[in-house]
Write a protein that binds this ligand. Structure first.
Ligand SMILES: *[C@@H]1O[C@H](CO)[C@@H](O)[C@H](O)[C@H]1NC(C)=O
Ligand SMILES: *[C@@H]1O[C@H](CO)[C@@H](O)[C@H](O)[C@H]1NC(C)=O
Ligand SMILES: CC(=O)N[C@H]1CO[C@H](CO)[C@@H](O)[C@@H]1O
Length: 491
């Protein structure tokens, strides 16, 4: 019998691999199903990571957030430009601020093709009003509460915090804010309007096609650049006793036609406010699109030194880094950078800023240089979230915070709290290198453990993939929602 079996095996055994192959091909799920399973696995693992830590909603964390805010008017960018009769510029060109239609067309074309986020001040009020009027008739236009501070405040309140919001708003604006938000600032009649020109990935305008979904913002603010709520905010701050102080919205000062010395005075006033708050209170500064070199220098002098934590996107990171290294501002960077590139830039920002701090302490000189250690750095990109947190600092739950930031990116862009994996894809590679340095470790993206955290030097790094939303509802305000969601779990 045994011999017979052997003979049979020898006779047919060699066919077995073939049979296995045929069966495998037969039962192989279609490629899409494999991908869907993968996305579902990543999603459920991210949700598990997010739920691992709860927010104590009985003792709601207290967060004070400044400054400003606006009403966002969101429209399809290409439809608006077509309606205005603006023809696609032959020469895409970057302008620090916008004075006329030609500059608008050139500047829009410059950022639209690569799909890079941009925000510009419009000096020409006539043109700005014309654009707003034209937008009212664009199908699908909508108005929302906008500005970094109110969006972050809204997200924090939704997530279970009590918020003090510094901004000058109109009464109907204040009415739509959450009951967990208290406003500090004087009332104004006419709120500032920001015009958000959204476009999906693959949109075309003349000869240009956008490489990813994003938005181009124009504004012509009257109130925001003056941080007009700062006085009242400072007064209310003391009795509010926040656990965290967040500063954002300062890009409204970029390229604004201030009187000589006016901006410096405002920012040094802000520096006083930040330095007079208890050193135990964490200070987070949310960067934004800055193009004016002198304001970036002012920020490095007056704001960044007082921050324990910084938040920014993939455009703002290289911009800040090049300034710290003493080279020119980078107006446009790769909108889809690799993990290794971003992590290297983050390490460098962390190292340079903390070296400034240590040098200042050693020399007993803290006027104008870094007066607080940088203990947290969060960079949000389309494909992934990355957070660096110093060992032993006050920031908790970095792994869960990175997962939450990543989930919030999808929720925000798709405009829904429930994540639908049929409207999402992963664009991060199957594995990533932790640095561009040769011989660096590669980390695989594991579906059941998508957030990778590891220790380095005196800090921990966490990286989480984003389930990138493919049916875009809105990109504007994304960074603020994502940053706020990450912070909520860390205080
Ligand atoms: C401002 O915009 C209006 C309307 O487009 C235009 O007629 C005017 O020339 C512009 N002003 C400047 C200074 O460019
Ligand atoms: C850097 O900026 C300065 C001053 O704005 C300018 O003169 C110079 O050409 C810039 N350099 C580069 C490499 O862009
Ligand atoms: C588009 C989107 O989901 N944005 C959200 C950002 O956060 C605020 C505050 O929670 C929400 O109101 C927005 O809907």
């Amino acid at each position: 019998m045994e011999g017979e079996g052997r003979v049979l095996w020898m006779k047919y055994g060699s066919l077995l691999p073939l049979l296995v192959l045929v069966l495998a091909l037969w039962f192989r799920p279609p490629q899409d199903a494999v991908l869907d399973d993968r996305l579902d696995a990543v999603l459920s693992s991210l949700l598990r990571a997010e739920r691992k830590v709860g927010i104590n909603t009985a003792a709601r964390p207290r967060v004070a957030i400044g400054f400003g805010g606006c009403v966002d008017l969101i429209v399809d960018g290409v439809m608006l430009l077509n309606k205005m009769g603006l023809t696609p510029a032959n020469q895409p060109h970057h302008h620090d601020y916008i004075e006329n239609e030609v500059q608008l067309a050139q500047s829009f074309a410059y950022f639209f093709a690569p799909g890079a986020a941009a925000e510009r001040f419009m000096l020409n009020e006539t043109l700005f009003n014309e654009l707003v009027e034209a937008s009212r008739d664009i199908p699908g236009n909508r108005w929302t509460v906008g500005g970094n501070a109110p969006v972050m405040a809204g997200r924090m309140a939704t997530e279970g915090c009590d918020v003090l919001l510094g901004g000058s708003f109109s009464p109907d604006f204040t009415d739509v804010l959450s009951q967990h938000i208290t406003v500090a600032g004087n009332e104004v009649e006419e709120p500032d309007i920001h015009l958000i020109l959204e476009y999906p990935s693959g949109a075309s305008w003349g000869q240009y096609t956008s490489r990813r979904a994003n938005r181009y913002i124009v504004h012509s603010d009257d109130h925001n650049p003056y941080l007009s709520s700062m006085e009242d905010f400072a007064t209310k701050l003391e009795e509010f006793e926040p656990d965290l102080l967040v500063v954002g919205g300062l890009q409204m000062m970029d390229n604004f036609p201030f009187q000589a010395g006016e901006r410096k005075a405002l920012l040094s006033h802000l520096a006083e406010l930040l330095s007079s708050s208890s050193p135990k209170i964490g200070v987070h500064f949310e960067m934004a699109s800055f193009v004016e070199e002198s304001i970036m220098e002012d920020l490095l002098q007056y704001v960044v030194p007082h921050a324990d934590s910084l938040g920014m996107n993939e455009q703002e990171l290289p911009n800040l880094l090049s300034l710290l290294k003493g080279t020119n501002i980078t107006v446009l960077s790769d909108p889809n950078p690799r993990v290794a590139t971003v992590l290297d830039q983050m390490r460098e920002v962390y190292r340079i800023l903390n070296k400034c701090y240590k040098d200042a302490v050693r020399e007993g000189n803290t006027g104008g240089t870094k007066v607080k250690l940088l203990t947290r750095l969060h960079v949000h990109t389309l494909a992934f979230q990355a957070i660096i947190v110093k060992h032993g600092s006050q920031w908790k739950n970095t792994m869960s915070a990175t997962a939450k930031a990543s989930l919030t990116a999808n929720r925000h862009v798709c405009g829904s709290n429930d994540i639908d994996t049929t409207k999402a894809r992963l664009i991060m590679d199957d594995s990533f290198s932790v640095s561009r340095q040769e011989g660096s470790q590669r980390i695989p993206l594991e579906e059941t453990k998508p957030v990778s955290c590891w220790a380095e030097d005196d800090y921990e790094i966490c990286v989480a993939p984003v389930l990138v939303c493919t049916e875009v509802y809105q990109t504007a305000g994304g960074g603020d929602n994502v940053s706020a969601a990450g912070l909520v779990l860390q205080i």
